[in-house]
Design a protein around this ligand. Structure first.
Ligand SMILES: C[S@@+](CC[C@H](N)C(=O)[O-])C[C@H]1O[C@@H](n2cnc3c(N)ncnc32)[C@H](O)[C@@H]1O
Length: 197
């Protein structure tokens, strides 16, 4: 049976709104990291027909992603590729966009750092890294619901936690990226857009 994410249903339209502001005609190849169910790819890729959208995730999610992709039959989606941060090499491809949603607070800071390093090593000048999810600012949660969410995350996995916007921005800079946009999103989420300099 196809996996289903209700949050993907809710956040796809606001994410599309942001992607339309940052993805241009010159962008040709997008790698999605942590595709989850595959619903973001299915709801977003067809809006950018000039783009090849490549899904990736850990192996155990591939079957579910495959079911969504097969049913949608959208021609500009490829994958899923096997890409587990801290295990696999960065996927081969001349990607000019990386999109990842709701992964940073799941995978733990060490893997977030590895992800940012891999982006720095593998992306070319002007490539964008687009990160959707909750972030803390100035050491503070942006809402009580994010604070409660963080407690819940850590109960599931002590390494999981909402990342600091400042830590991510500083680390991206160390890896050759500067912040282009920080979009406010519904439900106390953000979309951070970094560009390779
Ligand atoms: C909360 S889900 C988000 C899925 C989807 N992007 C969304 O927004 O619904 C977190 C995703 O991170 C993936 N993930 C966990 N550890 C990972 C790792 N080491 N490398 C890449 N992806 C990972 C999970 O398999 C899962 O798909």
């Amino acid at each position: 049976m196809k996996p289903y994410s209700s949050s993907c249903e809710r956040n796809s339209a606001p994410i599309l709104n942001v992607l339309k502001q940052v993805i241009g005609d010159k962008h040709k190849t997008l790698l999605e990291v942590g595709s989850g169910t595959g619903q973001h790819a299915v709801s977003l890729a067809s809006e950018f027909p000039h783009l090849l959208w490549t899904c990736s995730d850990v192996k155990s999610n591939h079957e579910g992603i495959g079911l969504w992709l097969k049913e949608s039959n959208i021609s500009n989606i490829k994958g899923p590729l096997e890409f587990e941060i801290d295990k696999d090499d960065f996927p081969i491809g001349d990607f000019d966009l990386i999109f990842t949603a709701n992964t940073f607070h799941i995978i733990g800071w060490k893997k977030v750092e590895i992800f940012m390093q891999l982006c720095g090593e593998n992306l070319k000048k002007n490539a964008l890294v687009i990160i959707y999810g909750p972030f803390n600012y100035n050491g503070k949660y942006t809402s009580q619901s994010n604070a409660d969410f963080d407690v819940w995350l850590k109960e599931l996995n002590p390494l999981s936690t909402i990342c600091s916007f400042e830590d991510v921005s500083e680390n991206m800079l160390l890896n050759g990226f500067t912040l282009l946009n920080d979009f406010e999103m519904p439900a106390n989420n953000r979309t951070l857009v970094f560009v390779k300099i």
